[in-house]
Design a protein around this ligand. Structure first.
Ligand code: GLC
Length: 492
């Protein structure tokens, strides 16, 4: 267990964040975008969140729901205008809620003016904003298939780690880097509180490398991510953001190795990285959740992130809670009382379930559509291709928030757990003096200055009774821990 070290205070360590998936977030009256968000601020204020992460809302053809930006300074008209955004930001700030935006700087839409220019000729001044070759290597797209697309205008291939309509930006070009930094400053000047940096360890910082090796017939992404130069690029990003006081960067780092995640987190690099090992385990296992918590403690010197849901993975309620509200509540309390920065994905707080596509035409997700086409090409029947597509289908968690949930019991638990967290520095800065797992039960003790709290989360089969010592006070939950029961206790 890590030694107790004084944790440097920062607003983001004291905040519970709420991810708003822009394409499907509408208010009670069905309004999308910033008008809808403004009217949802009362709800978010009552929920108690102190930070909002907005998924991309910049102008985009929305091949990948906004992760394909065609203008980095324009709000997509579907969501409103720059003035609407500013009003939303001001109103959020008035409520003590900070706002960070998703910044996609690994790639742009092929509709972006830079790409439109770049593709015109080999000597166009924007040509080197992207990555071109006459002879592609074997790199594959993360959505499936080759990562190279032949552009007929100049007869060269351009690189795309995701969809063909999302061309990778060339971070080896200093002009491109300056352009991106100017974009960051544009949003920071407006008063934005920070960024969630999309696939930040995927940046193409050193041109085209060697072929990737194959392992068990599948490509291992060895040379196309975590490239030499990527940390230098992040350092530049961080230094631009640090020109402004009190801003925050959380990075999406695609890796299942905790040492890799951890290597991106420092004062000069990212403040926080998303730890997918913890957040996106494919099925419920209390032991696995515990192991990931422990490994974050032991192997990540920085502050950890905590989440069980996002727009890229199936819903917590379907995937982990298996439709049992009690388990969804216990997981929420665990996430909201553990050490780290919690991120709630919109709809998790009311226990939303996965939406499953029955036919291909119901699938919007570009990753699932690509996988479907590849499966057909490889000889699958329609029905089998649909199974493959649904395995990858990220639409599952992208359904619209319903507002008719009334007195939702899960929501009540979220509110209580967030209020508890907001009230106590022990939940923000307390270190673990114990983090253990016995008989399906996760236990922790956290300490900050003289304050001590204990957490009990029973994911085992049988009920457990916790006998409180004199002076111990129940903060949340009950002393009889039924399976999926939880209890948070103040010791002194
Ligand atoms: C990130 C986003 C995901 C998107 C991808 C490409 O992983 O979370 O939704 O498809 O980047 O931008």
């Amino acid at each position: 267990m890590k030694k107790e070290a004084a944790e440097k205070a920062a607003w983001w360590k004291e905040s519970v964040f709420y991810e708003v998936y822009m394409p499907s977030f509408k208010d009670r009256g069905g309004q999308p975008g910033f008008k809808g968000l403004r009217s949802a601020l009362d709800y978010l204020g009552e929920l108690g969140v102190k930070g909002i992460w907005l998924t991309p809302f910049l102008q985009s053809p929305k091949v990948d729901n906004g992760y394909d930006v065609s203008d980095y300074r324009m709000i997509d008209p579907v969501y409103g205008t720059l003035d609407d955004f500013k009003v939303f930001l001001r109103e959020a700030h008035e409520r003590g809620i900070r706002v960070i935006m998703d910044m996609v700087e690994n790639h742009s839409s092929t509709e972006h003016a830079w790409f439109q220019e770049a593709r015109k000729s080999k000597d166009n001044q924007y040509r080197d904003y992207y990555i071109w070759t006459d002879s592609p290597n074997n790199w594959e797209s993360f959505f499936g298939g080759t990562a190279w697309e032949l552009d007929s205008q100049t007869g060269q291939f351009y690189y795309h780690q995701f969809d063909v309509q999302m061309a990778d930006l060339n971070w080896a070009n200093p002009k491109l880097v300056e352009e991106v930094l100017a974009v960051l400053r544009f949003w920071l000047d407006i008063g934005l509180d920070g960024f969630r940096m999309d696939v930040i360890n995927f940046l193409s910082t050193d041109g085209i490398g060697p072929d990737n090796p194959l392992r068990d017939g599948k490509q291992e992404h060895l040379h196309d991510i975590d490239r030499p130069g990527v940390k230098e690029a992040i350092r530049k990003i961080k230094s631009a953001v640090s020109e402004y006081p009190d801003r925050f960067i959380v990075g999406e780092v695609g890796s299942d190795k905790i040492e890799v995640l951890s290597s991106y987190q420092s004062e000069e690099l990212l403040d926080l990285v998303f730890n997918f090992n913890f957040g996106s385990i494919p099925e419920f296992s209390a032991k696995r959740i515990f192991d990931e918590l422990l490994s974050m403690e032991e192997l990540m010197p920085g502050y950890p992130s905590l989440f069980f849901g996002s727009h890229d993975m199936p819903r917590l309620m379907s995937r982990l809670a298996e439709n049992q509200p009690a388990r969804a509540e216990a997981l929420a309390v665990l996430m909201l009382s553990a050490r780290g920065v919690p991120f709630i994905y919109n709809g998790e707080e009311i226990g939303m379930l996965d939406a499953v596509a029955r036919t291909f035409k119901d699938i919007k997700d570009i990753q699932a559509r690509t996988q479907y086409a590849l499966a057909l090409k490889n000889g699958c029947s329609d029905a089998d291709a649909l199974v493959v597509a649904n395995r990858h289908n990220r639409d599952k968690s992208r359904g619209s928030m319903p507002w008719d949930h009334g007195e939702n019991p899960i929501l009540k638990v979220y509110k209580k757990a967030i209020a508890l967290r907001n009230a106590g520095p022990v939940f923000h800065y307390g270190t673990y003096t114990d983090l253990s797992f016995r008989d399906g039960c996760i236990y922790f003790t956290r300490k900050y200055k003289e304050v001590l709290v204990k957490g009990y989360f029973n994911f085992g089969e049988t009920a457990i009774e916790v006998v409180l010592a004199p002076g111990e006070k129940v903060l949340l939950g009950s002393e009889i821990l039924q399976p999926d029961g939880y209890l948070v206790v103040q010791v002194n």
